[in-house]
Design a protein. Structure first.
Length: 132
């Protein structure tokens, strides 16, 4: 079967379904998505990312940047200037990840207040039930 001549692609292997969890780990990781989101307007330096991502530690940001670079989501560029600095930018694949996850992040922001209200109502109900 030759895919270039209109034949169907090879059937998915059973291991492919398990391997998709690797990708879902990236998408499901809050820090990774926030890094990708914060690179939407082009390259940024480590310190800029650190300031833009509330709550992330320096160590966690370093770990996430290395992981995303390894996965081909972003590139790391060392600039030979004085003093030297490093910037991070999305790859083509990283751009498609940002585009795919942008609606999820927008949904999250749009529904934060409703989620907070629902949690408070649930906690109030369960606190009352436990006390009874």
């Amino acid at each position: 079967m030759d895919v270039t001549h209109g034949d169907p692609p090879p059937a998915a292997q059973p291991s492919d379904a398990c391997r998709t969890r690797v990708v879902l780990d990236i998408v499901g990781d809050k820090w990774s998505l926030l890094v990708v989101r914060n690179l939407k307007n082009g390259p940024r330096r480590f310190t800029e990312l650190k300031k833009a991502i509330d709550g992330i530690s320096q160590r966690m940001l370093t770990v996430k940047l290395r992981s995303l670079e390894r996965d081909g989501i972003l590139t790391r560029t060392v600039h030979n200037v004085m003093p030297p600095h490093v910037s991070y930018d999305l790859t083509e694949m990283g751009i498609t990840l940002r585009e795919a996850t942008a609606p999820l992040l927008e949904w999250s922001v749009a529904h934060l207040a409703q989620i907070d209200d629902a949690r408070a109502a649930y906690d109030a109900r369960t606190d009352t039930q436990v006390a009874s």
